[in-house]
Design a protein around this ligand. Structure first.
Ligand SMILES: Cc1ncc(COP(=O)(O)O)c(C=O)c1O
Length: 349
């Protein structure tokens, strides 16, 4: 990123500086393509996961296909785009999930038809880490000739997944160690575009964010090199955290298979907001649900879709681990939490 900052040229310019910028941009594209198992030509750089999701859903709509199918546990960037499309006259079908957070394949089969522009099912959930059966979803979408979009923001770089089965895949740099404000939509099927310049083969106009995208490429390269060991390490630490929190009475949301970096847990009688605030005072950063909805007291739509009562969903706290999380940090969390639970419960009595 520092080297890219030295280049002030536009990657579309034909002069030498421009060609250098283009070269860096294309190297970043190759890294992202390699991490996701895509062809370079299919990588459309975006400003992040939110834009990639919006592009996939909006871009897939055609005159003949005016219905979108999304799971009930999608990230707000998918749900809100679907809602906005609904307000514009597109039909939206929401697929239910079971108590473990897994999408209903029967409901999916029933929802698919010639009028469906795209079906959107995430790879890993942003709150519980629960993995969706993407290969099974893809087989059904393919059989019905419906394009599949997979929001893989929470999975890419943390798991090896069969993402080549999807027509559209969303990725975000800041979830894999890169900078925020950079991401990509892998598009293997035609889609309507952000009109403007001719950048990115005319599919997403606008001068590219060279510095951010170089950071994305570098992070993708590091994540790919670490795929053989970092996720395993993360899973071991996550399991240690989970066993420790369950021993303290914690209830875990969602069943395996789950992403190794996410743990949603709740303690009876302890509002999630209060535990998150107490953890913060102890120097531990956690959240109550999707980060985008933090600060609101509405319970997580993901947990409600899994059948949790609102009062129980409000107790959820999400711990996120990354490749740099250490065993000492897990030990510290487990040492701190018992006193926090006691203090919060005593204060509420
Ligand atoms: C599953 C999922 N999709 C999409 C996004 C949005 O990505 P971005 O913050 O890059 O817009 C997030 C962010 O948390 C996410 O977890």
């Amino acid at each position: 990123m520092a080297a890219a900052l030295e280049l002030s040229a536009n990657p579309s310019s034909v002069h030498e500086e421009g060609r250098k910028a283009r070269d860096r941009l294309e190297r970043a594209r190759a890294e992202v393509a390699a991490l996701v198992g895509a062809s370079r030509d299919d990588v459309i750089f975006t400003s992040g996961g939110t834009e990639a999701n919006a592009l996939a859903l909006r871009g897939a709509i055609t005159a003949a296909r005016r219905r979108v199918v999304v799971s009930a546990v999608e990230h707000p960037s998918v749900r809100a785009t679907a809602d906005a499309l609904g307000a514009e006259g597109v039909t939206v079908t929401v697929l239910p999930v079971d108590g473990a957070g897994v999408v209903s394949l029967e409901a999916l089969e029933a929802a698919l038809g010639r009028d469906v522009a795209v079906v959107s099912v995430q790879a890993a959930n942003h709150e519980t880490g629960v993995l969706q059966p993407i290969a099974e979803v893809a087989a059904r979408a393919r059989a019905a000739s419906v394009p599949l979009h997979v929001d893989a923001v929470q999975a890419v770089g943390k798991l090896e997944l069969p993402l080549e089965v999807a027509d559209f895949v969303s990725v975000s740099a800041h979830k894999l160690g890169g900078p925020a404000g950079a991401g990509a939509l892998i598009a293997r099927a035609p889609l309507a575009v952000i009109a403007g310049g001719h950048q990115q083969r005319g599919r997403r106009g606008g001068t590219e964010n060279l510095v951010g995208l170089c950071g994305f490429g570098a992070a993708a390269g590091v994540a790919r090199a670490a795929l053989s060991h970092a996720p395993l390490q993360m899973r071991l630490l996550r399991d240690r955290l989970q066993v420790g929190l369950v021993a303290l009475g914690g209830r875990v949301h969602g069943h395996e298979p789950r992403s190794p970096g996410t743990l949603s847990v709740a303690f009876a009688g302890v509002p999630g907001e209060l535990l998150v605030q107490s953890l913060d005072l102890a120097g531990i950063a956690a959240s109550t649900g999707a980060a985008c909805s933090s600060g609101t007291i509405t319970p997580s739509p993901v947990l409600l879709a899994m059948g949790l009562a609102p009062a129980l969903a409000r107790q959820a706290v999400r711990f996120s681990l990354g490749p740099t999380t250490t065993a000492a940090e897990i030990t510290e969390v487990l040492a701190v939490v018992p006193a926090l639970l006691t203090r919060i419960r005593a204060a509420l009595e």
